[in-house]
Design a binder for this molecule. Sequence first.
Ligand code: APR
Length: 391
Amino acid sequence: QSATVVVIGAGPAGLTVAALLRRCGVDCVVLERRSRAYVAQRQRAGIVESRAVRMFESWGLADLVLGGAPHDGILEFRVDGEPHFVDDTGGAEGPPARLCPQQVLVQKLTATLLAEGADLRYETADVSLHDLTGDRPTVRYRSADGTRHAITCAFVAGCDGDHGVTRSAVPDGVLTAHPLDHGIGWLTVLADAPPPAHPLLAVGSEGFAAHFPRGPHSSRYYLQCPPDDRPDAWPDARVWEALRTRLADPALTAGEITDRETFRLRSLVHDPMQYGRLFLVGDAAHIVSPMGGKGMNLALYDADLFARAVRDHVRDDDDSGLRTYSRRCLRRVWSDQEFSHWLTRTVHDAGDDTGSGPFLRHLARARLDRLFTSPTAARSFAELMTGLDPV
Ligand code: APR
């Protein structure tokens, strides 16, 4: 079998790569380890930033693949119970961001691809990559019925996330990993509880908390907790009590908790994001802390650059996009890492119990004060939130 591109992974990165390639007339095969149903229900990110909405519009895909309501651009910082509203569009020229849960984007991309007859193969196992440094790599895998397959191709898109297989096909010493452990733990909760009027970040003496929309009747919450904390230390009653205290909202409406996880905030960047004919896209190349909602949006950015680079190669015999893919992606990756780090440190150091000490606490409070009082600071924040920064 052969294809121009073999895409490994059918999450936001892989499905967007496949959808964009097909619009360039480039044939591709997508190999996904899990079942279609499993991937379609995995709930993670919740916002498609203005830049990414504009990207989908430029490909004629926005109406097909974007769900959720337009984001009205208002973010609430609640500091010691005091509300501060920040306009996170800052008059930027782009279309409004969309409060589109990740699983909605994945479901709509999948439906669009299947309707077009795209070659999506689920429950593939033992994927292995061969001859990546030649001009005709081979991808081998075993299908659910046990049959072994080999597909020769021109390019492999590693869209298999942080625990994927494609990065391990790169010899040691080629990729440099840049990890950061923020030393912060979070409990994240998904509940059938009414979403907030605006995405809400709360800072106070009890530690950080957040409340984000995840559809008309569901919410995602974050609660800062000890880095090695466990979900079973957080029964429902404790979750709602902590949220009511930290969000300074005694009347907060509860709901059935449908998911509960604890994790350490970490960031990770692999450099470069390519090796021979293998191109890493999205979480396979980088992980960013959830502050600022950049994880899925970076995957969409990488996918756009990769698809255009392959199109230029196939259509115009122009390899400049392929040669500069990693450098151009990493520029935005580091800009978004910096923004997420800035926001993560600000909302955590500004609390009283992060052990960061009074000096860092005053710095963080000063950053928030500047954000609330300086239109220039607010505009810079908005530029980064929308992804419309000129990087
Ligand atoms: N073979 C085939 N598919 C694989 C393999 C493998 N060996 N390993 C992983 N996968 C699949 C996973 O099952 C998953 O469906 O690759 C996909 C990777 O998807 P994501 O992890 O969602 O990563 P990405 O598409 O880059 O999207 C980034 O996803 O996890 C969130 O927070 C993250 O919002 C960000 C977004």
